[in-house]
Design a protein around this ligand. Structure first.
Ligand code: NAP
Length: 347
């Protein structure tokens, strides 16, 4: 009789435990896979565009998740975090990483959820919602903003002899950290803002040359003036024929008109623009422009219902690639997503 009582008692205890465990699991599942995994808006990309979209979405109290395949900050941290940005309103100069940190802090304080090092594989249609599938999970959302920036884009190759052989062994597509440049002969190729700004950084620590294929640069005038005021050697109207060396880079061969000549070099940096990697964008079934970027209308709507885009990933007539324009497009994209999801009376 006593042992029957003990068995019953243990069974009732087991039931209580089971109930608690069941309730807790249900609570966890609901919060994890119910509310937490379903959003008003998912932003793909945590560069300045994606983070700004997050700020605007939260001002509308949209439940928002930002996912980035790499780290938060986009080009601000991946290209040259120490670079001083001089055309972001409100700051005469701000270090790229600091601007990224400020945007990150602002977005977090407003209640955006952020997941980094998580790659979006697909965006699928499902009933009224979209399903964003990553390499780690899947999330339901009413809308998506593609703000992948250069994330899916690679630096353009110049196509000269020795380029592949010396890649990452003296030849780079991003300026190496300043400490690694000291005492070296750096040669930067390109005539845009990226090439001139990186040459100016290199010049602050070492002997630097910039080589451009035309007789004029295409960078901002303020950069042209800074270049003139620096000790950078400029070689205009010249093309790169080959990068030469043995285990490491020793020189480059340049061609100017009919003349071919060698110049000493330890580090070659090629900054001639970017080309897009269309695979993801094609898989996401977004209509692209001739340049391979996402086609958007004035409201930053893409060809897919509920999917918007902004920043370096998009192209349209008059597009001007700047941090501030990416932020402006992001505000428009977030507002469009809000109107799409919440359908306010005034929209
Ligand atoms: P970019 O403005 O497109 O300039 C690329 C440069 O590389 C051009 O001078 C081009 O020469 C040259 N080039 C292209 N292909 C070449 C080849 N095969 N061989 C030799 N030279 C070649 O690229 P970016 O400097 O990377 O800038 C990209 C965008 O971001 C631009 O809109 C830029 O204004 C913006 N940006 C802005 C800032 C800022 O506001 N501070 C900073 C960085 C970037 P050609 O002129 O002859 O075509």
């Amino acid at each position: 009789m006593f042992s029957l009582f003990v068995v019953c008692y243990l069974l009732s205890l087991k039931n209580i435990f089971c109930t608690i465990i069941f309730a807790r699991t249900k609570f966890y599942m609901e919060n994890t896979y119910g509310d937490r995994m379903s959003y008003d808006l998912i932003i793909i990309g945590a560069g300045p565009g994606g983070l700004t979209a997050g700020i605007y979405a939260r001002s509308r109290m949209m439940s928002t998740l930002i996912i980035d395949a790499a780290e938060v900050g986009g080009q601000l941290v991946s290209l040259y975090p120490d670079k001083a940005i001089q055309n972001y309103p409100g700051f005469e100069r701000i270090q790229a990483r600091k601007l990224s940190d400020r945007l990150y802090a602002q977005v977090e304080s407003l209640g955006c959820e952020i997941k980094d090092k998580e790659k979006v594989i697909d965006i699928m249609d499902s009933d009224e919602k979209l399903v964003v599938i990553t390499d780690k999970d899947e999330y339901h959302t009413h809308s998506v903003i593609v703000a992948t920036g250069m994330g899916m884009f690679r630096p353009k190759k110049i196509g000269c002899k020795g380029e592949d052989k010396f890649e990452n062994k003296g030849l780079y597509y991003i300026l190496p950290p300043k400490e690694e440049l000291i005492g070296k002969n750096v040669i930067v190729f390109g005539g845009g803002n990226s090439a001139v700004e990186m040459a100016l950084i290199a010049d602050s620590v070492t002997s630097t040359t910039i080589v451009h294929r035309r007789d004029e640069l295409r960078c901002d005038e303020s950069n042209t003036i800074a270049l003139k005021d620096s000790s950078i050697r400029t070689v205009m109207s010249s093309e790169l024929v080959s990068v030469n060396g043995d285990d490491s880079v020793r020189s480059v061969t340049l061609k100017k008109g009919d003349e071919t000549f060698d110049t000493e070099a330890d580090i070659v940096v090629i900054l001639i623009g970017i080309s897009s990697d269309l695979e993801d964008l094609k898989r996401w079934d977004l209509e692209l422009t001739e340049s391979g970027l996402v086609k958007v209308d004035n409201a930053m709507r893409t060809s897919r219902n509920g999917i918007f885009a902004c920043g370096d990933a998009v192209d349209y007539e008059g597009k001007y690639k700047q941090i501030t324009t990416a932020c402006g497009e992001a505000a428009t994209a977030a507002n469009s997503a809000y109107k799409f999801v919440k359908k306010p009376y005034w929209a």
